[in-house]
Design a protein around this ligand. Structure first.
Ligand code: ATP
Ligand code: MG
Length: 147
């Protein structure tokens, strides 16, 4: 299905901004070519919702969550970046395993299933997901798809 990424992003932000903390702003920007890409809209939307809900949960008040999409030729790149608690480097390899929770989550609630679901959805879309993170600095998740 041809998906208008900008429209999809606007729907996502409208939904997630309601769940954000005090003064947590989700900022969206699209770059590259016009926002049409062939992909499953439900799998993509659910993956992004999961990543943004983590960004909200694992970062504090008065922060920005950056949501970017880019289309370049036959590829599409989506990033979700927060300035939150980050993920210890040695634990990052386990991130996508079911029930995994990093040791710095303290009393933040969660079951450890969200990222495992994201990984499965991204594989169904024949894409890739990766993470870059630094403790107390923040986390960026990147999704890459090719048509
Ligand atoms: P849920 O099943 O409700 O999503 P969860 O958020 O704990 O629970 P995942 O979304 O799978 O589970 O994330 C797994 C773990 O990865 C989290 O418990 C947390 O330790 C870490 N994590 C994920 N996203 C972030 C993030 N944006 N910033 C910091 N840590 C994160
Ligand atoms: Mg989660």
């Amino acid at each position: 299905e041809e998906v208008n990424l900008i429209r999809l992003a606007e729907d996502i932000i409208e939904e997630m901004q309601l769940l954000a903390k005090q003064n947590q702003h989700i900022v969206y920007q699209h770059t590259g070519e016009i926002g049409k890409f062939r992909i499953d809209p439900n799998l993509l939307k659910n993956s992004i919702l999961n990543l943004i809900s983590n960004a909200i949960k694992y970062s504090g008040e008065n922060t920005f969550i950056e949501f970017n999409s880019e289309i370049n030729g036959d590829s599409c790149i989506i990033t979700i970046k927060d300035n939150g608690i980050g993920i210890p480097f040695d634990e990052q390899k386990n991130l996508f395993e079911p029930f995994f929770r990093a040791n710095n989550t303290g009393n933040i609630p969660g079951t450890g299933l969200g990222l495992n679901i994201v990984k499965r959805y991204v594989h169904l879309m024949k894409g890739e997901v990766m993470c870059k993170s630094e403790v107390n600095k923040g986390t960026t998740f990147t999704l890459i798809f090719k048509n």
